[in-house]
Design a protein around this ligand. Structure first.
Ligand SMILES: NC(=O)c1ccc[n+]([C@@H]2O[C@H](COP(=O)([O-])OP(=O)(O)OC[C@H]3O[C@@H](n4cnc5c(N)ncnc54)[C@H](OP(=O)(O)O)[C@@H]3O)[C@@H](O)[C@H]2O)c1
Length: 256
């Protein structure tokens, strides 16, 4: 399976949200592939992240850690300029950053727990950061096959929302889905070989999900390496004809 459909030669890849969890497992899986030349691993303190340091120990210069807070648009501009200086094209960008109960975000159970600061925190990381990442990296995605895949969440589906709760997380992912679907339409015109994917990784054992894992049925909690394998299977299989779609880890479409 190619890394992305139509790839010839080796790929340059950027993972934003790479220091732990699913993003770190994606970096490891990418570096194990012969068709991946280099991986830029971005998070707020990527250069200090223990998991990334271990990968650099194994893969040396194929992994480039970059410190960048994706909520800061100027920092995103510097990130794009830094990558452009050494690489004319990114074949795959994986946006894996996201928060649920960190950095001021709250997994609200009721309207009474909702407040402006929590809403703003969720939207800043889950919605604004990924779409501005795409904006700044767009010049690197304009030729040849290129895929921008962002991790959303099934709970961002309005049609599938039967349980309620998690107001700001759900809404920030629903808004992300709309922004990315809109961007997929623009990208079709700019580069017909480009693909935008909106992916749900499945409930996975990470810091983000840890406080809520008690509710996960037996056998339904994925390990990060399994989630990463499934996600790379999707980037390899889904191409421009699938651009703008919202899919689960198994490739099934999720209703908006
Ligand atoms: N785990 C699940 O069950 C699950 C289910 C559905 C969807 N998802 C989605 O999958 C994605 C990955 O989740 P995860 O479980 O792997 O989370 P995680 O373990 O908490 O990892 C999140 C990553 O995002 C980075 N990050 C957070 N804020 C950032 C910022 N402002 N700028 C740059 N990097 C930032 C973190 O690094 P630093 O903190 O070091 O910056 C970390 O590397 C998220 O979008 C999440 O919503 C997860």
């Amino acid at each position: 399976m190619p890394l992305i459909p139509g790839l010839t030669g080796t790929a340059s890849v950027l993972v934003c949200g790479a220091s732990r969890g699913i993003g770190l497992a994606l970096c490891a899986a990418l570096l194990d592939r012969e068709d991946v030349a280099r991986v830029w691993a971005v998070s707020r303190q990527a250069t200090q992240a223990e998991g990334l340091r271990e990968l650099i120990g194994k893969h040396d210069q194929r992994l480039v850690p970059v410190d960048c807070d994706a909520r800061d648009e100027q920092a995103l501009g510097r990130l794009a300029a830094g990558v452009t200086a050494s690489c004319p094209h990114l074949h795959l960008v994986l946006s894996t950053l996201g928060i649920l109960h960190q950095d001021g975000a709250k997994a609200e159970k009721s309207l009474a727990q909702l407040d402006l600061a929590g809403l703003q925190a969720s939207f800043a990381s889950n919605t604004f950061a990924p779409i501005l990442l795409l904006k700044h990296l767009l010049p690197l995605l304009r030729k040849e096959p290129a895929t921008f895949a962002a991790l959303s969440a099934r709970v961002g589906s309005i049609g599938d929302n039967r349980l309620g709760g998690w107001y700001s997380y759900r809404a920030s992912k629903a808004a992300l889905n709309q922004l990315l679907h809109t961007a997929s339409i623009e990208l079709k015109r700019l580069n017909p070989a480009a693909t935008v994917l909106i992916l749900h990784p499945g409930t996975t054992d990470t810091e983000l999900s840890r406080p809520f894992q008690g509710n996960v049925p037996e056998g339904k909690l994925f390990q990060t390496d399994f989630a990463a394998r499934c996600l790379l299977e999707l980037t390899g299989r889904l191409g421009p004809a699938d651009s703008g779609s919202f899919r689960g880890w198994d490739g099934e479409r999720i209703e908006w």
